[in-house]
Design a protein around this ligand. Structure first.
Ligand code: NDP
Length: 324
């Protein structure tokens, strides 16, 4: 899947084209190279910012199987997840983020989400940046997505009271019934977001897990408790704008002594094994649920990626290239 031209505003399916070409199934003369057969590809909002080079395949996270390798860390047959490209086979030279899958008893697609980059983002953001305490109140925006659904469940496991917002009734029902959020609302049906948040969290918010930015952030700031933390994970409402919306209520950072901190998950991968040790028992013993939204076939990848910015995905958006 190739980016046809520079993007402008919201991406569209027509910004991409499918090209058919052949690859030699080997690493050739390249050193530290890994040829991977891609199995599952991940659709992630940050890909909007990577889509800058027309004529090249869409970059992104994926799960695959090593076909051949001149890299000392990988052998043919290894299952891997990490940065790859939207193509059936990827030749990855000097891989920066490519990790061997040690727990192959889990569904492989989970390494695009729950066990991969988004799940790990939820873990780092909530536990390391949010510094949660039992009994605190947590609010999560874009709560039914890949990251949000896990933040809510981690918060519940930690003994917090959790409210989430999402963009449809179906998603709101899933938050409460499948992921165990204490309450949830459809932000698209709330003409006054600040009042809506006050209604659902009348005593204020200790931790806001920010996935959206813009008007949502403005509505949250006056609802924060003194000493609250805003974990700035993402601002999806801003990614397709040419300029960024101004936030009016930043003065509340001072008034209520709020700590607001961003982070990049890529700076924390050394902690990924620790994350797996924590999360896998929860999955195996049924304490964590997870919802995936599968698009079948590479040719359906562009529509799936575009859909993230219109809330069409229900759960983690995955593109299936091959199941083996
Ligand atoms: P999701 O699976 O949640 O998909 C995106 C969702 O965002 C959509 O389904 C939609 O749900 C919602 N959305 C889209 N546009 C808007 C808008 N204008 N206003 C409000 N909501 C909107 O994505 P992820 O869980 O993968 O990512 C969540 C956030 O985490 C993103 O901001 C992403 O950039 C960020 N992130 C940050 C990382 C880091 O290192 N800091 C790493 C990974 C992700 P709805 O129907 O609810 O509107």
């Amino acid at each position: 899947v190739i980016l046809k031209h520079q993007l402008s505003g919201f991406m569209k399916e027509t910004d991409f084209e499918i090209m058919v070409g052949s690859v030699k199934l080997g690493v050739g003369d390249a050193s530290n190279a890994v040829l991977v057969k891609n199995l599952y590809l991940s659709c992630d909002p940050y890909q909007r910012s990577l889509l800058t080079t027309p004529g090249s395949p869409v970059p992104g996270f994926g799960v695959g199987k090593v076909v051949s390798s001149s890299h000392p860390g990988f052998e043919p047959g290894d299952l891997v997840w990490g940065m790859t490209s939207w193509e059936e086979y990827s030749l990855i030279i000097e891989p920066k983020i490519l990790l061997k899958i040690e727990h192959a008893d889990m569904p492989l697609s989970f390494y695009t989400g729950l066990l991969g980059m988004p799940g790990f983002t939820a873990y780092i953001g909530f536990f390391k940046k949010g510094a949660p305490k039992k009994g605190e109140t947590v609010y999560v925006s874009a709560a039914s997505g890949a990251v949000g659904q896990l933040v809510g469940q981690f918060a519940k496991l930690h003994g917090c009271y959790v409210v989430g917002s999402a963009g449809s009734k179906e998603k709101v029902d899933i938050l409460k019934e499948k992921f165990g959020f204490d309450d949830a609302f459809n932000y698209k049906e709330e003409p006054d977001l600040e009042a809506a948040i006050k209604r659902y969290l009348p005593d204020g918010i200790d931790i806001y897990f920010e996935n959206v930015g813009g008007k949502m952030l403005d509505a949250v700031l006056p609802n924060m408790k003194t000493g609250g933390r805003i974990v700035v994970c993402g601002m999806i409402s801003q990614y397709n704008l040419s300029g960024h919306e101004g936030v009016q209520n930043l003065i509340y950072l001072i008034r209520t002594s709020i700590r607001m901190e961003g982070f990049r998950v890529m700076d924390h991968y050394h902690l990924h094994p620790k994350f797996l040790d924590m999360v896998i028992p929860h999955i195996k013993e049924g304490r964590i649920n997870y919802l995936e939204d599968f698009a079948e076939g590479l040719e359906n990848g562009p529509a799936a990626l575009v859909g993230l910015f219109h809330g069409r995905n229900v759960g983690k958006q995955v593109v299936v290239i091959s199941r083996e």
